[in-house]
Design a protein around this ligand. Structure first.
Ligand SMILES: C[S@@+](CC[C@H](N)C(=O)[O-])C[C@H]1O[C@@H](n2cnc3c(N)ncnc32)[C@H](O)[C@@H]1O
Length: 447
């Protein structure tokens, strides 16, 4: 095999005007079979064959749907509970400018400042900031507020009843800033928190401060180009004076696996960079050494299962996250804030160790250039807390789409007002001024 006679996957895709994913699929279903580069095993295509096919697939419609939406103007976001910037990176990539980010954790703030020295990072407890100066300056307020219970007195919850909680702070800021749209993000568990009453209370508070809440939705990160089975509850409020639909980003069919996160491919142009990472204690390592890729505690010999699981062994339930080794050809399970903790082990497929910091970041779809500040455990915490950047990007597109429609509506209204003005000016020639004074249109347009 003479490599110079072959195109890479990307080159072949470009020549044929198709996506790399389409070519992979065609290879899988034998529509266009690729050869393999002997060392890396990457797909390659004989140049002569590809050149003879150019133009032949032009009528094939790409099946890949795309949520991309180009902003019609520079939209701005105020991001609360910003953490290390997972959501903010996604929003920025969608074309939304971060005008300010609030975060209490000093290491997360350092991460934000290190990577984006131009971002306005407001470090400290959200309670100590007033955001009124952003009124009219911001198109969207976003925030992954930590979930806390409210105390109910058996009535519909109002803003003041929630005082003391972080959701109160989230709602207070929205009330101060009054953006056209606001987006809250949380764990799926919020749905069942206090038998659904916590979420119900949040919706009634947003209603009270002037926002219609779109029926909430749990978005699965695996449907949005994230190689991880993470789920986030999204809560969207649209200011009540705005009669424009918000649509959640549509899910993609393509599912990415661990291999796509850690090796060169569609998601990243290179293998994952080396980095620091935590280790398992010796006993845990010895146990996990016995678990195959995609396996978990049930793959251990019975006596070790009992010893390792302790009481949990007898409690029933699958506990499929315990003593788990992830396989290359599956998405990772949800990453937590600390990678070696019991109950949620996600062991590397080939080596008996937790994922390193940069591997963690890749599974959350952070760019390799994004540095995390603080100790290794602080870095894991920031990454584990984040909204995966690619999910943030798709949420960003959905916000841009909404704001574009809002912007268009605004332009149309302005145009119709100026048309009204024109018709009044032209009607001046015919109508005596005394009769115009009583016309409502005349009184608006004369302002
Ligand atoms: C779920 S994380 C947010 C993750 C972030 N959206 C991202 O994508 O990376 C919640 C964040 O809220 C921050 N936080 C908690 N209490 C806070 C407070 N009182 N004021 C400001 N930030 C707070 C935490 O430090 C944490 O970083």
């Amino acid at each position: 095999m003479v490599i110079k006679d072959y195109y890479s996957l990307a080159e072949a895709a470009k020549k044929l005007g198709k996506s790399k994913e389409t070519l992979r699929r065609w290879d899988r279903n034998e529509k266009l079979v690729a050869a393999r580069e002997p060392i890396s095993n990457y797909r390659i295509y004989k140049k002569s064959e590809i050149d003879s096919l150019i133009g032949l697939f032009d009528d094939d419609i790409e099946e890949t749907m795309n949520n991309f939406e180009k902003p019609l103007k520079q939209y701005k976001v105020l991001e609360l509970f910003a953490g290390a910037g997972g959501l903010a990176i996604g929003l920025e990539k969608a074309g939304i400018q971060c005008v300010a980010l609030n975060e209490i954790d000093k290491w997360a703030c350092q991460t934000l400042r290190e990577n984006r020295p131009n971002w306005n990072v407001l470090e400290g407890d959200i309670k100590s900031f007033n955001f009124e100066k952003y009124k009219g300056e911001v198109d969207v307020v976003t925030g992954g507020f930590p979930c806390q219970a409210f105390s109910y007195a058996g009535k519909k919850l109002g803003l003041e009843d929630a005082r003391g909680t972080l959701f109160y702070e989230f709602a207070r800021v929205i009330n101060e800033v009054k953006p056209p749209i606001c987006i809250g993000e949380n764990v799926k568990g919020l749905l069942s928190h206090e038998k659904g009453k916590t979420l119900e209370g949040m919706i009634s508070i947003l209603d009270e401060i002037g926002y219609n809440v779109i029926p909430h939705k749990v978005l699965k990160a695996i449907n949005y180009n994230v190689p991880q089975k993470r789920e986030r509850l999204i809560l969207v409020g649209v200011r009540k004076d705005i009669d424009i639909n918000y649509e959640y980003p549509k899910p993609y069919n393509k599912i990415y696996n661990l291999i796509d996160a850690l090796k060169k491919g569609d998601l990243y142009d290179s293998d994952v960079p080396k980095s620091e990472g935590s280790k398992y204690p010796q006993y845990k390592k010895e146990v996990l050494d016995l678990v195959p890729p995609k396996g978990y505690w049930r793959d251990l010999p019975l006596d070790i299962q009992k010893e390792y699981m302790g009481k949990s062994f007898y409690l029933g339930g699958g506990k499929t996250g315990m003593a788990r080794r992830i396989g290359w050809d599956e998405p990772s399970l949800t990453l937590t804030c600390s990678p070696a903790q019991k109950q949620t082990e996600r062991c590397h497929p080939d080596e008996t160790r937790p994922f390193s910091v940069r591997e963690y970041a890749r599974i959350q779809t952070f760019p390799d250039q994004w540095k995390f500040m603080g100790s290794v455990s602080q870095q894991y915490k920031q990454i584990g807390n984040a909204v995966p950047c690619n999910l943030g990007l798709e949420i960003g597109y959905s916000i841009v789409k909404f704001l574009n429609n809002y912007h268009r509506r605004h332009q149309e209204n302005l145009a119709s007002i100026s048309l009204d003005k024109e018709s009044i000016v032209s009607s001046n020639t015919f109508v005596p001024s005394t009769s115009r004074a009583t016309s409502p249109t005349a009184s608006i347009s004369s302002k």
